[in-house]
Every structure is written in C-alpha cells, then in structure tokens.
Design a protein around this ligand. Structure first.
Ligand SMILES: [Zn+2]
Length: 117
C-alpha cells in the first residue's frame, strides 16, 4: 500500500492532491478531479500547519495494533492550504486549536499526528 501520500508520511511530510487544471484540492486520493473531472492531478507538500475542525475520542480500536493506543484522539484538521485531513492528535486538543502535523508509526505504518503549534 504505497502512494505519494504514504511515501510523504514516511518522510515526515503531509501531502495532498490538487488539480492542475482548476486548482481544486482533492478530499481523498483520486484519479480525476472531483470538481472539473481533469486527470491532471499533482501532489503538494503541506506546511503541516492546520486548525482543528472536529475531535473524536476513540475507545474501541479497529485493529489489535490500535487497541494498544486506546483511548486515543482522532481529529479532522483543516490544513492552511485548504484540504481537510484526518489524523491522530494529542489528548485534550480542542476545536479551533492551531496545530502542526508530525508523523508517528502504528504497526510500521506512518500516520499523521497533530500537536499544538
Ligand atoms: Zn479540477
């Protein structure tokens, strides 16, 4: 399961996809722009700076590797560049907090984690 997104994470970078035709950012990895249908999509490196949009506490993990982490905090964060991404976060983080993305590993898989900026 390798992609520019996971390769970026492995290098400590949060990446997102933008359309080279209309400049719309893409909410998930896509093969065509969700806005104009163009297939000219490019990956950009985010600065990692974001604002917390939503927060969820997870008490039941989806897999055994995550079970070791419960309870943990998942957030939706709006990157300064516009895209909204899901990631882990420090406990006690709140909507509206300014955060910076970092990367941590669960079961060898790099995942974004947001800390207060
Ligand atoms: Zn487009």
């Amino acid at each position: 399961m390798t992609s520019p997104y996971t390769e970026g994470l492995a290098a400590g970078l949060l990446r997102y996809q933008v359309c080279e035709t209309c400049a719309a950012w893409q909410p998930l990895q896509r093969h065509a722009c969700g806005h104009c249908g163009s297939r000219q999509l490019a990956w950009r490196d985010s600065s990692g700076l974001a604002t917390i949009h939503a927060v969820t506490e997870v008490f039941r993990a989806p897999t055994e590797a995550f079970q070791a982490l419960v309870p943990y905090t998942l957030v939706l964060a709006t990157l300064d560049e516009g895209p909204r991404v899901m990631g882990h976060a420090d406990p006690g983080i709140a909507i509206g907090d300014r955060v910076r993305a970092s990367v941590f590993h669960v079961d060898g898989q790099p995942l974004p984690r947001f800390r207060r900026a």
